[in-house]
Design a protein around this ligand. Sequence first.
Ligand code: UDP
Ligand code: MG
Length: 216
Amino acid sequence: MAESKSSPVFDAQKVTVIYVLGGPGAGNVIGKGTQCSKLVDAFGFCHLSAGDLLREEQNRDGSQYGELIRTCIREGTIVPSHVTIKLLENAMTEEVKKRTGDGWTDGRGRFLIDGFPRKLDQAVGFDETVCLASLVIFFDTTEDVMLERLLERAKTSGREDDNVETIRKRFRTYNEQTMPVIEYYKTLDKVAEIDSTVSVEQVYRVASATVSKLFS
Ligand code: UDP
Ligand code: MG
């Protein structure tokens, strides 16, 4: 029997997806959060943070995944792929429906998907069923820098996973599960690796030049 493989929900010719990855804590102060918001301003992206969507779902009344998400986040492990992929797909569908303007007409859209995919099955699953990603921006830094930023954030974040013990587990998850994702996309020549130990401006110059090429 012929295997029929259904195509992704969004056509990558119309919808640009950029995954944004960096180690745990790379999102803080001078890290990827700042870079994402600058890219949003410059290119009209919709910024979706997988972690934020998961925390929202965790706190949603009546969610069947609340407990599961809470446990994974506390343990620094990855929430099962189908949950995160569905949350992203729903958020994208809503955005494409309601948004207008540059880059957003006739079913077009541009998304920065932050903190995702953290594991190979998420990457393949999303690419195949939701939208084939165009690029992976990888903000590279050292574990020492990440730890320092995370402990700084812990003072005000109120996040249950910003403690040394969970941070260690998050580093392990990152090295064991997320690094293979980067390697996979490197073989497809889709990774822009950006050293994020330098200043915000320097990082942004490289990041925006990389993104510009996609839209030229
Ligand atoms: N997480 C997940 N799948 C994802 C993104 C996040 O399971 O695709 C979970 C995972 O437990 C992770 C936590 O959410 O440790 C926090 O992720 P977030 O990106 O918010 O934190 P960051 O690592 O950027 O500080
Ligand atoms: Mg994050």
